[in-house]
Design a protein around this ligand. Sequence first.
Ligand SMILES: [Zn+2]
Ligand SMILES: [Zn+2]
Ligand SMILES: [Zn+2]
Ligand SMILES: [Zn+2]
Length: 136
Amino acid sequence: MRLYHCTWRHCSRPVFSLTLCRGHFRAFRVQCAWPECQTTSYCRQVCAKHYRKKEFPPVQLCLQCAQPSYIDNKCFYHYTQRQCIQCNRRVFSKQLCQTHYMQAYRKSKRKQNQPVSVSTTVTENGTPVEESTPSS
Ligand SMILES: [Zn+2]
Ligand SMILES: [Zn+2]
Ligand SMILES: [Zn+2]
Ligand SMILES: [Zn+2]
């Protein structure tokens, strides 16, 4: 069975990737923003020690926009746009690589296996709503 909330000590936020929530996944992947410091990041891109001392280097920004960097010099948006949240492959759709997207697709198909199947949602003006539009 897959865990649905973060496995970090007492955290109960929803899982983002690798059994960790969005914040703890970052803490696990990213080091303190001070170049000489190897400690994992705690808050505001620095480790707990530097955070307590209130020593913040210039905020690292995303290489593709002006948002603060989340992981690997990419903001959360650009990071999740490019890399599957289940593995490190390129995103195919909905923040998942082709393999994981197909897995999720098949799972959701199985779940929807009910006598009445409505595939497209239709708005009041009769326009079908696309479910898979990856808008910002
Ligand atoms: Zn967490
Ligand atoms: Zn540090
Ligand atoms: Zn960005
Ligand atoms: Zn994947």
